[in-house]
Write a protein that binds this ligand. Sequence first.
Ligand code: C2E
Ligand code: CA
Ligand code: CA
Length: 753
Amino acid sequence: MPDENQDPAERLSLIVETQREIAAAEVDLKVVSGLVAERSQAITGADGAMVNRLEGDVLHTLAATGIAAPAVDARRPLSGSIARFAIEDGQPLLIQDTVNDPRIDQELRAKVGDRSLICVPLLRGGEVIGTLNVMSSSEQHRLGEDDRRTMEMLSVVLSAAISHAEEFEARRGQAEAFARFRTLFEGASIGILRLDRDGCAVDANPALEQMLGYSAAELARTSFREYMHAEDLRRAETLFRDLMGGRRESFQLEARFVRNGGELVWAHVREVLERDEDGQPAFAMAMIENITKRKQAESGLIRQAQLNEYQALHDPLTGLPNRLLFTERIEHTIAHAKRAGDGFAVLLMDLDRFKEVNDSLGHQAGDELLKQVGERLRAALRGSDTVARLGGDEFGLLLPQQRGPSDVQPVIARILAALEEPITVHELPLAMESSIGIALFPGHGDVAEVLIQRADVAMYNAKRESASFCFYDADQNEYDPVRLTLVAELRRAIEAHELALHYQPKARLDDGRVRSVEGLLRWRHPSRGMIYPDSFIPVAQETGLIRPLTLYVVEEALRQCRGWLDDGIKLSVSVNLSMRNLLDREFPRHVARLLERWQIDSALLELEVTESTMLANPTRTKAVLEELSALGIRLSIDDFGTGYSSLAYLRQLPIDEIKIDRSFVMNMCDVSDDAVIVQATIDLGRNLGLDVVAEGVETQAVWEKLRGLGCKLAQGYYLSRPVPAEQLSEWLGARRDGTRRVSPAARPARRVA
Ligand code: C2E
Ligand code: CA
Ligand code: CA
């Protein structure tokens, strides 16, 4: 009930007391609001009081006493409240007759039961932040002007207290956030650094101390310029200056730091600008991640890739381009010469009696000799010429801009002169002689492989005629009597079905089960007896015969596979391909047709291709291999380890299997270098997700050793020699009956055609 007798001085002292009490109270918004509401009610002698906070368009009752008590924590829109009139006026509002005032929500009034009220806006810096209300239900003692002034004063006290409490809460929030940040900061595995405008550390977390090997105190005295690597400093400096100039809000960079002790640390740095209260750039917050390991791995990979690339294209002994690069260069030169209407020459050269040097003086001497020959050839030729080592004692030379034999002859004279002087190897002067075969573009061919092959034919003729060099002669090549007979006979043999396949099993090393069989060609010549593939495959390759021959073999293998399937034996068959097959765009289509004809699932066919075959013309070869693989046929790299395949390149091919060349496998129990190569190849295959087959397994010792190394499959005489199909079926049957190993037959004595 309003107390009219309270004198103004007494009221003032009560207000001051309230202020003191508030100052002493906990600085909590709720507590302060409650205190003020209570005091307002008491000092004005009202029945109720409330403190409302304005939150956007909503009034939130923070505290309420007396008849207003039920409203605590209520939220209602400002638009429906009497407060809006006080707020609009910016002045305390006194309503002495609430029952008849049109501004009053009568429904609400009836609930509260007030007859008079005062509503005072709470202001902070001119902005309304809420209201303080008191109300009285008494008919007689209505709130009056004195009360309004009292409330006005109390509202000032309250406004200050609310501001104070809010600031405190905000600071407490900050403190909590800061404490959370601090925990993160201290515990983070990433380096965190706060830099002032000069680039000195204001703060550095333990991770950063560890990363750089300096304590936070040391860092505080040093600018980042002193521990950043000189080569990265310029860029970092520019970015930092932009940041501190307020021209950017953040930046990222990869940079090297020099650790205490000199070691380099690669880091990913992300810096964010921190502004002061006036919005001026003040600090930079840097997050620094140590990426040294990643960088090392990256540069290792790049180095490895470069090395692979180099190794794929160069001969390791002489450092000269290898066959692949030689072929590529010829292709380029063809393209260039066609545009320019120019000619050029491809030379193949081999050393006469090189084998004697190797045999009598040893491999080291042979290697030394080859190196020196390479150097002399290089010195005798122009920089624009290519000297390549194609293998063994065979070199390839590419001489651009040669219109015909008369241009080439002086160059040949220079080459021969260069080799005339004996070469000293292990203090022995050796007189070397060589044979050179020459093919000319465009007269002798306009495809790299053809030019090389024809230079090879010419070289062969040079040798036969004991000439130092020989130009390719189309007539001689085609009418070579031995060749002609062989080609004609082979053609006839295909038709007469004199060519048969022998089969050799590939088995799993862990349980000895046979997974597939390789078909190997045999020619049962009516008068010359058994002829082995090495004697006739090369001739077939040089002529168009290889296509029908390979298709014949594929069909034979599939026919046999069908036969076995009909007998209830499920065996994959594999067939060897030649380079020509992989250059033949039609080849995959023919194979698909044969699979269809014999109703064989493509997964049961494997095709074996040697490394060098694959690398002969990478683009075309890849296209054909991809088509074959898309058919579902398994692809295998034969004689792996004999070429210098680039891993990077092999990975791009759809390969399923690699077969370690038998030259490494056969003696691996005695030759430790071989064992190392075999082991490395097994690991390599496993890493690439490929099946690894060791071929040429002749003894139980090798079999056991391979199994120990984790090799998956093996092939070789130990298991079985290549045998006719019927014999293989018997052998398989006998094995299934429990015989551990039954070698079907000894290989018949080899007779050369
Ligand atoms: P390849 O594909 O490497 O075939 C394996 C050769 O190694 C076969 O010789 C086989 O008899 C022999 N071999 C198997 N196990 C052992 C062993 O334990 N020790 C030893 N020392 N040798 C073993 P083959 O039958 O004389 O064939 C020689 C090459 O002729 C084959 O080498 C393959 O490149 C080629 N060839 C065979 N048949 C065909 C064919 O149908 N088409 C084509 N394009 N090439 C074929
Ligand atoms: Ca093979
Ligand atoms: Ca092989």
